[in-house]
Design a protein around this ligand. Structure first.
Ligand code: G3P
Ligand code: MG
Length: 248
């Protein structure tokens, strides 16, 4: 199975233009001509997969509380848009199921990042993959990623045919190649601070595409592209798209 990876993936939808991880953000990404979006999924207290980044609700809803201790009914009462701009007042936190419908409608590919609340690494992957397997037939426009090895392991075991992205944050572990092999990862996704010519070369040698997050500066994207980076996550995907060197 070959992934049809685009050069630019909208980060949390298009978080530079609309509140992250909302349907408004997905629609903003589509309006900019983006082909894929990256979204974070985690579980409510009652195991509903929702699209949300932080373990705590406070930053994007103004209400303190852990997602892991909040029921879906209570999540529905929250406003995930007003922190961002007045025009987004009343924007709800979407479920995974709701965003899948919108992605189909807009014909967008998905990088679903499994972002479990602590202790929910396996369950989050299993429940999210269960929804995806029932709904998402295509395999060339879907990438499951996570920083959590347990989540990727669960994804590999449950849905070996869904491509996995091995997300690496703080620093590159010495055994990253072994881990990538063990997790049967199709892509390596690293933070922009980790990008060096040496690391790009190591990943290229492993035969896997290298995706870098979160790149909002056009010149940085071009520099990385020249080093051999294959794709970028961006809050402002249009800015990056316009400035990459086009391949013929
Ligand atoms: O998947 C790329 C990127 O989203 C990882 O970091 O914290 O933005 O989810 P974060
Ligand atoms: Mg993410």
């Amino acid at each position: 199975m070959t992934l049809k990876l685009p050069k630019v993936i909208g980060h949390r939808g298009a978080a530079g233009y609309a509140p992250e991880n909302t349907i408004a953000s997905i629609r903003a990404a589509a309006d900019l001509g983006v082909k894929w979006v990256e979204l974070d999924v985690k579980l409510t207290k009652d195991n509903i997969p929702i699209i949300f980044h932080d373990d705590d609700l406070i930053r994007t809803t103004g209400v303190a509380g852990l997602v892991a201790q909040t029921s879906y009914a209570d999540i529905c009462e929250l406003d995930a848009g007003s922190w961002y701009a007045e025009s987004f007042i009343g924007t709800p936190i979407p479920t995974l199921e709701e965003v899948l419908d919108v992605l189909f409608e807009l014909d967008l590919g998905l990088n679903l990042e499994i972002k479990p609340c602590p202790g929910r690494e396996k369950d989050t992957a299993e429940i999210a993959i269960d929804y995806l397997s029932r709904i998402w037939d295509e395999r060339d426009n879907l990438l499951i990623s996570s920083f959590q090895h347990v989540s990727l392991e669960a994804a590999r075991d449950l849905a070996p045919d869904m491509a996995r992205g091995y997300l690496i944050g703080g620093s590159l572990p010495d055994n990253w190649q072994e881990m990538a092999d063990y997790l049967e990862a199709s892509t390596i996704n690293i933070g922009s601070r980790l990008v060096t010519p040496d690391i790009v070369e190591q990943v290229m040698d492993s035969g896997r595409p290298l995706l870098v997050y979160t790149v909002n500066d056009a010149m940085e994207a071009r520099r990385f592209q020249q080093m051999g980076v294959d794709g970028f996550f961006s809050d402002m995907p249009d800015v990056i798209l316009e400035n990459l060197v086009k391949s013929h």
